[in-house]
Design a binder for this molecule. Structure first.
Ligand code: ADP
Ligand code: MG
Length: 549
């Protein structure tokens, strides 16, 4: 096939523009991204060759190789991994399949329209999103790629200046794997561009960003990285920077992790885990096809990405690695779901993550608050799905409250503030804080000085029905009928005075309400609607109605 010129998908084009004109200050990170991709490609090939003996791939000397040419001002990154077919190249490099990219671009556009700090905003968003291969265009004005998929005979040559189109053509004698050649922009230290055609610079970057990569990374004959799997090294040996770079490799995030968690078991059933809590919610956290799960290794051999069997859905933001010693290299996702060892690891992993959050809450309020504002909404889903750990989850939850206009409260703090005479934890669910605060239901509670939790996440509607109490105190919706505020009963004479009105209201509203009754729960409003204790809350009712039920 002759040379074909193809347009990048619209989203990809926009991201490329961002990279080309990027003000992202640390341009060095492109190398980490390319080495990370090369390492992934080697992992994939090793696994494929285990699973398919007839693959016909060469797996003898899997490695990454870096070479510079100072005269031509090029840097080449080569791996002999899985490689890509022509369709792969068009699909993987020409488009951005990652969920969340549309969202990210929408945010960028919004930032631009608001003017001002749009450049900073875009740098920030790039950092959160983590633009992998495209980051080469921060340092190169032209990128060439020659690749051949393992087991196939034909290779592909890809080339682009990042400006809207790329070309693909057949490459007859492409070696297995992928070779990327960067035609480097001129050195401009002001703009964060170091001399990436200088071997010493490149060696330094590999040591700094990719030391933990388990495949050999060579420059000439020298292997530059120490190749030790971080999770098998003694904890005290590993520096914070090493953890951070490893986190970036497994998470595709460009930020620092919020928390690093290590876990191991020895004996008959041995495993090690190195997990991270991110500092920001991943873009796809609430999307249907959100990535979930950590990487699974068996004795240092990469087995799969996004291993769902290892983490429940509500902890889908947890990133990292589990290395189990006794699994078969041929395990499938289906088998893993049933595997007893995996189930045990998962159990411990969940407990450890929850106890880590608990420790944050107890000892670092600021960190906990950062965690909660980014990931609390996902964690709350666990109140529904994880009955075994419901209590532990409840203890690390925080909610907006009438007690404080800004800070949220844990249930324990709420209970500690409860005045004499209050015997329930009161909450109301609804669309927004403002709507809840303005609700007539709130009046009596305000008058009494009782704190009310203001629950505005959709998931709140559901979990409140599954959590009858906290610390021996019932949870009670203030919008439901049997809330007893212990006020004085109205005397008979007063009641009789209202009989006529009540009967008339009851008849007039016959089709709309079950009952009309006198109440002392209101102080300034004349009337309010309440549900029966077993009824749906107003918001749930609205939700179900909208769904046509
Ligand atoms: P990510 O690594 O987050 O998926 P990238 O932009 O870094 O995003 O890469 C996009 C995709 O292109 C990868 O997921 C992979 O499928 C493919 N790819 C990139 N580099 C290589 C490589 N060296 N070998 C094989 N495939 C690659
Ligand atoms: Mg990548």
């Amino acid at each position: 096939m002759s040379t074909e010129t193809i347009e990048f998908q619209a989203e990809a084009r926009q991201l490329l523009q961002l990279m080309i004109h990027s003000i992202y200050s640390n341009k060095d990170v492109f190398l980490r991204e390319l080495v990370s991709n090369a390492s992934d490609a080697l992992d994939k090939l090793r696994l494929a060759s285990y699973q398919d003996k007839d693959l016909g791939a060469d797996v003898d000397d899997l490695h990454v190789e870096l070479a510079v040419d100072p005269d031509a001002r090029t840097l080449t990154i080569r791996d002999n991994g899985i490689g890509m077919s022509r369709d792969d190249v068009v699909g993987l490099i020409g488009t951005i399949a990652r969920s969340g990219s549309a969202e990210m671009l929408a945010q960028l556009r919004a930032a631009k329209e608001n003017g001002g700090s749009s450049e900073e905003a875009s740098a920030e968003l790039i950092g959160q999103f983590g633009v992998g291969f495209y980051s080469s265009f921060m340092v190169a004005d032209r990128v060439e790629m020659v690749t051949r998929r393992a087991g196939e005979t034909a290779g592909v040559h890809w080339e682009s200046a990042g400006e809207g189109t790329y070309t693909v053509e057949d490459a007859a004698d492409a070696p297995q794997g992928t070779t990327i050649t960067l035609h480097l922009k001129p050195v401009d230290t002001e703009d964060g561009l170091h001399d990436y055609a200088d071997e010493a610079v490149v060696r330094g970057l590999v040591k700094r960003y990719s030391d933990f990569i388990t495949w050999p990374i060579r420059i000439g004959d020298e292997v530059v990285n120490s190749r030790k799997a971080l999770w098998s090294r003694p904890q005290s040996d590993v520096t914070e920077e090493e953890y951070t770079e490893f986190y970036r490799h497994v998470s595709h995030d460009w930020q620092e992790p919020l928390e690093t968690i290590r876990l191991s078991a020895e004996g008959t059933f041995e495993y090690q885990a190195l997990l991270f809590l991110p500092a920001h919610a991943p873009m796809d956290l609430f999307m249907r096809d959100a990535r979930r799960g950590v990487q699974l290794y068996v004795k240092r051999v990469f087995i799969m990405e996004d291993c769902e069997a290892l983490v429940p859905e509500y902890l889908r933001f947890v990133k990292g690695v589990v290395d189990a010693a006794d699994l078969s290299l041929n395990v499938s996702r289906e088998i893993l779901q049933q595997d007893r060892q995996i189930q045990l690891i998962r159990k411990r992993l969940v407990k450890k993550v929850l106890s880590t959050i608990r420790t944050m809450l107890d000892s670092d309020a600021e960190k906990y608050a950062a965690f909660w504002s980014e990931l609390g909404r996902a964690l709350k889903e666990g109140l529904l799905s994880d009955g075994d750990n419901r209590q532990a989850i409840l203890e690390v939850c925080s909610f907006p409250t009438t007690h404080d206009a800004e800070a949220q409260t844990t249930l324990a703090d709420y209970v500690a503030r409860m005045p004499e005479g209050q015997d329930a934890v009161y909450y109301m669910t609804g669309d927004s804080r403002a709507a809840l605060e303005g609700s007539p239901h709130m009046e009596a509670f305000r008058a009494k000085g009782y704190e009310v939790l203001l629950l505005t996440d959709p998931v709140d509607e559901v979990w409140v029905d599954m959590v009858p109490e906290f610390d021996g105190r019932p949870l009670a919706s203030i919008a439901k009928g049997d809330v007893d505020l212990g006020g004085d009963d109205l005397d008979d004479e007063t009641k009789q005075g209202f009989d006529g009105l009540l009967t008339w209201l009851g008849t007039t509203l016959e089709d709309d309400v079950k009952e009309v009754r006198l109440s002392h729960r209101l102080t300034t409003s004349a009337a309010c609607l309440v549900g029966d204790p077993g009824d749906l809350t107003p918001t749930l009712e609205k939700m179900y109605r909208a769904m046509g039920q």
